[in-house]
Design a protein around this ligand. Structure first.
Ligand SMILES: *Cc1c(COP(=O)(O)O)cnc(C)c1O
Length: 336
């Protein structure tokens, strides 16, 4: 079922409004025994990589693109570190709209680039970073009848808040939510969702050390991290995110790339869950900074591991070569 249909009473869409959907949302929430053991609390993983294009961006995109169709837009545009581009391209294709996505040149994970291209979007590689790309697309959308579908679009947050409803529907109550933070739209959206149903878990947001403007309290001019989805130096939802953190007695903290990759390995080899590096920042943060008073924590795994196969191959074990003989194969399989 479409996310808009499921939650229509809590979203700004009437029964007659057009709905552009790939049946997003309703993602798995799975217990994480190994992470729980390490963290010393009950940990659950919200697998947002199970959305149609492999990231939580689809929750917001169904709303943003449906509204764009309602308003008669012919094209949608976004700046993106990758997943917004993939999602916008897919939903634009679904709606029969033209899609244009602006990405930082050379800094977008292979899977995401492939998605944006196969869905037929015009992919423009800007010789700069995400923050500059967003500045420019905002101006372009102001001057032309093109719908901007970045998370500065309020409908993105409306759609993304539904993940908070799903978590509470399944678990009843949680003490804290651990989440990677880039542009800070998602942490803002979850907090909105929780508040709308009278819940107030601590919002524990995590940024990569090389891209941690909310932790330092100042924009970062040249953000750097292996977690390309959160390589953002000047979050568009800065104020709202700080509001969520203060309002929930939570925190925004930093984790190193090493900690992100260690958590990513624990998830993939220990839990059987393959997420992209940025997603593992939620678990890395929980393990480094501790759960505080919380006893039950949900870590949001924002995107699928297949999005970024190159980083995965760079940091995983090697392939074992083998001659086509029984003895060689036996040795290759059994020897450690
Ligand atoms: C977009 C994204 C984030 C960051 O979300 P924000 O709303 O920008 O804070 C984190 N992880 C993944 C995989 C993403 O695609």
């Amino acid at each position: 079922m479409s996310l808009i249909e499921r939650y229509r009473d809590r979203l700004p869409f009437g029964p007659e409004d057009p709905v552009v959907t790939l049946h997003e949302g309703s993602t798995p929430l799975v217990p994480a025994p190994r992470v729980s053991e390490r963290a010393g609390v009950e940990v659950w993983l919200k697998l947002e990589g199970a959305n149609p294009t492999g990231s939580f961006k689809d929750r917001g995109m169904t709303c943003a693109v449906s509204a764009a169709v309602r308003e008669g837009a012919r094209a949608v545009i976004c700046a993106s570190t990758g997943n917004t581009a993939a999602s916008a391209a897919a939903y634009a294709a679904r709606a029969g709209l033209t899609g244009a996505v602006i990405v930082p040149e050379g800094k977008i994970a292979t899977g995401k680039l492939a998605q944006a291209l196969v869905h037929g979007a015009r992919v423009i590689a800007l010789r700069s970073n995400f923050d500059r790309a967003l500045e420019l697309v905002r101006e372009l959308a102001d001057r032309h009848p093109i719908a901007l579908v970045n998370s500065v679009n309020a409908l993105r947050l409306e759609g993304q808040k539904t993940a908070a409803f799903e978590v509470l529907d399944e678990l009843g109550e949680i003490d804290a939510l651990a989440i990677p933070v880039g542009n800070a739209g998602n942490v803002t959206a979850y907090w909105k969702g929780f508040q709308e149903v009278g819940a107030a878990p601590r919002m524990l947001g995590f940024q990569a050390e090389g891209a941690a403007p909310l932790v330092h309290g100042a924009p970062v001019e040249h953000p750097e991290t292996v977690a390309s989805a959160i390589r953002i130096g000047n979050p568009a939802r800065w104020e709202e995110a700080m509001g969520a953190v203060v309002g929930s007695s939570g925190a925004i903290r930093a984790v190193s790339d090493g900690e992100i990759l260690a958590a990513w390995r624990l998830l993939s080899a220990g839990e059987g869950v393959f997420c992209e590096p940025a997603s593992a920042a939620s678990v890395a943060g929980l393990l480094r900074h501790g759960p505080g008073e919380a006893r039950r924590v949900v870590c949001v795994l924002t995107g699928h591991g297949l999005k970024d196969p190159q980083t995965a191959l760079d940091h995983a074990g090697a392939v074992v070569p083998c001659a086509p003989e029984f003895d060689a194969l036996e040795a290759a399989v059994l020897e450690s």
